[in-house]
Design a binder for this molecule. Structure first.
Ligand code: GDP
Length: 331
């Protein structure tokens, strides 16, 4: 990507989209496009096709349109599969028709089978049954990977797919009902501390292990890959370390300075027992993460205490000048 390349960041109001925008801005990319929420969402095929034909982006970052934690996935399976399949299909197809030079599609570590050997290698895709708690979302993501690969094969497109570990950071979904574990536990712990409650409830047994990746590290890796990786093969992006949920909860409690106790609610699901990515492929290209889990949680906790649950902070900032009725040029 050149500094004046036309770069479209889809779903810029999501945590990942916002992080990509922040990073592009820091690196002085001057021609970054977004679609303001007021223009509609990416499930609108006509709007997406028109946007690509008029704006002619050269590079595209395509994060998920709808994400959520274990409970949200089981409560809203239809929304997860519909919103993601529909929006990614619209964007990938429109990107091809508009001659986009390169597109980066965000998959998810839940695309790998439930009983996948750990750490999970890219070639484990489609080798076994999926974890049922997020199967509709995982199938949407697998469809996206397959779509990118098919457009590469049939049309010689350059659409790459990355598989990030569980991402966290500023503008995460801190709603305990819908968010992922790290953000949910930050919010619950802060609330318990502020209201002087005696305990924080952690769902499940606390034994599942998760690999967490700070969203700024993810953005760094994605810019790196946009400039250096042209293979149709999947590529994992992880921190290389996982941690049991019980340890994660203890770390958050220590960072927040909460003095009550942790209680485990065994009536809630554990989901995948472990999700650690094998990052050999990415490391061989020369990328490694820079933000430790402890520093990342500290920064995220600080962000949460300042911003609370307002998820739109970054999109409001980033939408900036409006180039036309349907396009926002990020500053
Ligand atoms: P997953 O990685 O797709 O399973 O989704 P989550 O991040 O939502 O959950 C990861 C693990 O953390 C599961 O075992 C959850 O039961 C557990 N967990 C513990 N406390 C919480 C919580 O407050 N919220 C969420 N979302 N998960 C929690």
């Amino acid at each position: 990507m050149e500094k004046d390349s036309r770069i479209f960041v889809a779903c810029h109001e999501t945590m990942i989209g916002a992080a990509i925008l922040r990073r592009l801005r820091v690196d002085d990319f001057g021609n970054v496009l977004t679609i303001p929420i007021s223009s509609g969402d990416l499930t609108d095929q006509k709007m997406v096709a028109k946007f690509f034909m008029e704006e002619r982006p050269e590079y595209v970052f395509l994060p998920s349109a709808k994400v959520g934690g274990i409970l949200a996935n089981s409560r809203y399976p239809a929304e997860f599969i519909y919103t993601n399949i529909q929006s990614q299909t619209n964007v990938v197809h429109a990107a091809w028709r508009a001659g986009v030079k390169k597109l980066l599609f965000f998959a998810s570590s839940c695309v790998y089978p439930k009983s996948c050997p750990q750490p999970m290698r890219e070639n484990s895709l489609l080798t076994g049954k999926l974890e049922p708690t997020n199967e509709p979302y995982a199938i949407a993501k697998i469809a996206g990977i397959e779509m990118c690969q098919s457009y590469n094969r049939q049309y010689s497109a350059n659409f790459i797919s990355v598989v990030p570990a569980d991402v966290y950071g500023p503008a995460d979904d801190f709603n305990p009902e819908t968010g992922h574990v790290l953000a949910a536990l930050i919010a619950k712990t802060h609330r318990a501390k502020t209201l002087r409650e005696p305990e924080v409830v952690v769902w499940g047994t606390g034994s599942p292990r998760r690999e967490c990746l700070h969203v700024d590290d993810l953005a760094d890796a994605c810019l790196f890959l946009m400039n250096s990786y042209d293979s149709p093969e999947l590529i994992n992006i992880g921190s290389g370390e996982d941690i049991p949920i019980s340890e994660m909860a203890k770390l958050i409690v220590r960072i927040a300075g909460f003095e009550g106790k942790l209680v485990f609610d065994h009536s809630k699901p554990d989901g995948m027992p472990r999700k650690l990515l094998d990052t050999t492929r990415l490391k061989a290209l020369g990328w490694s993460p820079k933000i430790s889990l402890e520093d990342g949680i500290r920064k995220t906790y600080e962000w949460f205490t300042l911003h609370g649950t307002e998820r739109k902070t970054h999109s409001a900032e980033s939408t900036g000048r409006i180039g036309s009725a349907s396009v926002g040029h990020a500053p």
